[in-house]
Design a protein around this ligand. Structure first.
Ligand SMILES: *[C@@H]1O[C@H](CO)[C@@H](O)[C@H](O)[C@H]1NC(C)=O
Ligand SMILES: *[C@@H]1O[C@H](CO)[C@@H](O)[C@H](O)[C@H]1NC(C)=O
Ligand SMILES: *[C@@H]1O[C@H](CO)[C@@H](O)[C@H](O)[C@H]1NC(C)=O
Ligand SMILES: *[C@@H]1O[C@H](CO)[C@@H](O)[C@H](O)[C@H]1NC(C)=O
Ligand SMILES: *[C@@H]1O[C@H](CO)[C@@H](O)[C@H](O)[C@H]1NC(C)=O
Ligand SMILES: *[C@@H]1O[C@H](CO)[C@@H](O)[C@H](O)[C@H]1NC(C)=O
Ligand SMILES: *[C@@H]1O[C@H](CO)[C@@H](O)[C@H](O)[C@H]1NC(C)=O
Ligand SMILES: *[C@@H]1O[C@H](CO)[C@@H](O)[C@H](O)[C@H]1NC(C)=O
Ligand SMILES: *[C@@H]1O[C@H](CO)[C@@H](O)[C@H](O)[C@H]1NC(C)=O
Ligand SMILES: *[C@@H]1O[C@H](CO)[C@@H](O)[C@H](O)[C@H]1NC(C)=O
Ligand SMILES: *[C@@H]1O[C@H](CO)[C@@H](O)[C@H](O)[C@H]1NC(C)=O
Length: 498
């Protein structure tokens, strides 16, 4: 017996080290009061043996539970009732135990702290073109789908314990709308501006209060909300398709009407004055920074804020410039584009043809506020290249390309091999024509000169023979000289025209 106890002690002391089991505990908190919190214990170094997980929290009244698992993971779901638990930090602990001949002994312990909150958690998400924005920038003149993304456990709590859930939407402290689906569609028309979005989700944690004008519908509500709590999950997932063959179709449909359309119309028709008052109180809460929540204790609310900036996406990108280059020339391109600055850009020089995939990335980026930039590059080889331009702004990115062809100087020489002889031939032909024309004109004028000379001879008798001879000779020279220009050019021109 003593030996058995001794060996037991031995196991107790050394098993922790020998077994190598490690334990970690996490929660899906923070969570709003009233929702379920799930704790997850994970064991590493698990060998397939049965394990016991013993949980407890430090809340009053306390929750405890223990599970025997044959796997390395254990979940504990705890419901923190709204009217029993305060909003504060709680600690949850778990003991991991192993069995030795039916006796459970402690291997290790883990703990976690989670926060129970008064208001709903989650966050406000901006969605454009069915994509959640990764930042606070949205594109101008395109609908922005704003929605409050709640944790699953809080959605479940609201579904089970509220008949009206309304989200009030404010933009720059101006009331915009109230919706029952946690979302708002809004288009911002003003580029380069900032706006402040406030969303207040309000859920009553009770059946719909009886309102005189809509007595009939409210009575059905009270019955359905209390009875069909278990079918809520299936109800909401199949909302677009009311025609289900399940036996709960009638209650489902009734609940559908209550949760979606009815609160809206009730609020709008019967209690519009009340809503107005409430809206101003909410507006004070949102805009005047008042800490007084304008709703009763029986309500659960969540306040979400987000500042957004409206920008213009990159809509057109043009690359212009010479894309046929002689080898050795610098590539000089102009890249022009539209959109809101600042821009980050880079260029990739890829040999050969390249088709853009759209996900090209750069390691080095240049930032500019200008709507254009030059690209200068030297290609050492003479081939085809593709210049890929990646341009980004706060809204998005664009990838564009230009194909560059580089021809060698040899191509130029080949060209002159053809051009030069042709040019010389033309010149030769011109000269021949020129020469013939010149010759013809001169012979014609020589006759004329002789005539003229003869007349002159008649008028000037007093000149000596040698004087007359000299004059006529000079005139002959002068006339041929003058003829050189005018008629010849017209001849030449004619030649060229034919
Ligand atoms: C649902 O709301 C009622 C009224 O506020 C509250 O008493 C009850 O505890 C809530 N249920 C849960 C699960 O918190
Ligand atoms: C838990 O066990 C599963 C298989 O049973 C294994 O795939 C997983 O890696 C284990 N996890 C840890 C943390 O050991
Ligand atoms: C819970 O703990 C966190 C982190 O330690 C702290 O920021 C927060 O204020 C605490 N909440 C309450 C209600 O004490
Ligand atoms: C919380 O968990 C319990 C037990 O799993 C379940 O019955 C209850 O409907 C859950 N409540 C909420 C609000 O999810
Ligand atoms: C709001 O936009 C989303 C996403 O574009 C769309 O699914 C939804 O139907 C729109 N809602 C309304 C009320 O127009
Ligand atoms: C919702 O209510 C309207 C009128 O109150 C009714 O005509 C309609 O059939 C109801 N829808 C469902 C899904 O029950
Ligand atoms: C709001 O209240 C005023 C007086 O307090 C009344 O004249 C008006 O008709 C009410 N409006 C509605 C929509 O009930
Ligand atoms: C709102 O209150 C917070 C803290 O109470 C303070 O830091 C902030 O400056 C206030 N804002 C305005 C607009 O009064
Ligand atoms: C790009 O070219 C098109 C067509 O020539 C022109 O309409 C557009 O304005 C140009 N865009 C920019 C940013 O220069
Ligand atoms: C680029 O795309 C065109 C047509 O889509 C295709 O003919 C060509 O082969 C592609 N080039 C490369 C390098 O992928
Ligand atoms: C880019 O897209 C191409 C084809 O679409 C794919 O093969 C490649 O893996 C992608 N690269 C990255 C970094 O996503």
């Amino acid at each position: 017996m003593a030996r058995f106890l001794l060996s037991l002690c031995f196991i107790f002391i050394f098993d922790k080290e020998v077994s190598g089991l490690k334990l970690s505990l996490t929660s899906n908190g923070p969570a709003v009061r009233g929702s379920n919190v799930t704790f997850t214990a994970v064991v590493t170094g698990f060998n397939g043996e049965n394990l016991k997980f013993v949980y407890w929290d430090d809340a009053q009244p306390q929750h405890t539970a223990e599970f025997i698992e044959s796997s390395n993971i254990s979940h504990w779901v705890v419901e923190y009732h709204k009217d029993l638990y305060e909003a504060q930090n709680y600690t949850v602990k778990v003991n991991l135990m192993k069995s030795f001949y039916g006796i459970w002994y402690l291997v290790t312990t883990a703990s976690t702290v989670f926060e129970l909150t008064d208001s709903l958690n989650g966050n406000l998400v901006l969605n454009q073109n069915n994509l959640d924005r990764p930042n606070r920038f949205v594109a101008v003149n395109k609908p922005v789908h704003h929605y409050v993304k709640l944790p699953d456990n809080e959605i479940e709590f609201l579904k089970q314990n509220s008949s009206i859930i309304i989200t009030y939407w404010f933009i720059d402290c101006m009331y915009v709308d109230q919706t029952s689906d946690y979302s708002l569609n809004y288009t911002y028309p003003d580029v380069m501006t900032d706006h402040y979005i406030d969303a207040l989700v309000v859920a009553n944690n009770q059946p719909l209060p009886p309102i005189t004008t809509t007595t009939t519908t409210t009575t059905t509500t009270t019955t359905t909300t209390t009875t069909t709590t278990t079918t809520t999950t299936s109800t909401t997932t199949t909302t677009p398709k009311p025609t289900t063959s399940a036996p709960t179709t009638t209650t489902t449909a009734a609940k559908d009407n209550v949760t979606t359309s009815e609160p809206h119309s009730v609020v709008k028709r019967a209690a519009s004055n009340k809503t107005l008052k409430k809206n101003t109180a909410i507006k004070d809460f949102i805009c005047q920074n008042s800490s007084i929540v304008p709703i009763g204790e029986t309500y659960t609310y969540g306040h979400y804020q987000q500042s957004i900036s409206v920008r213009e996406p990159i809509s057109s990108l043009n690359i212009s410039g010479l894309n046929w280059l002689q080898h050795g020339d610098l590539l000089k391109l102009q890249v022009k584009y539209t959109g809101s600055p600042p821009f980050d850009y880079c260029a990739l020089y890829i040999p050969g043809q390249y088709n853009v995939t759209g996900n090209e990335t750069c390691t080095m980026k240049t930032t500019t506020v200008s709507n254009m930039f030059p690209l200068v590059h030297y290609f050492s080889d003479s081939d085809q290249h593709t210049v890929v331009v990646v341009l980004e702004n706060d809204i998005g990115r664009t990838v564009s390309r230009a194909t560059i062809n580089i021809y060698k100087a040899l191509v130029h020489a080949q060209l002159s091999v053809i051009v030069v002889p042709v040019a010389f031939c033309l010149v030769a032909v011109t000269l021949v024509v020129f020469g013939i024309a010149y010759y013809q004109h001169r012979s014609r004028h020589t006759i004329e000169v002789a005539d003229f000379d003869f007349g002159q001879q008649l008028n000037l008798d007093y000149k000596t023979f040698t004087e007359r001879l000299r004059d006529s000779f000079r005139n002959a020279v002068n006339f041929t000289h003058r003829d050189d220009t005018e008629p010849l050019t017209s001849d030449t021109r004619y030649d060229y025209m034919t």
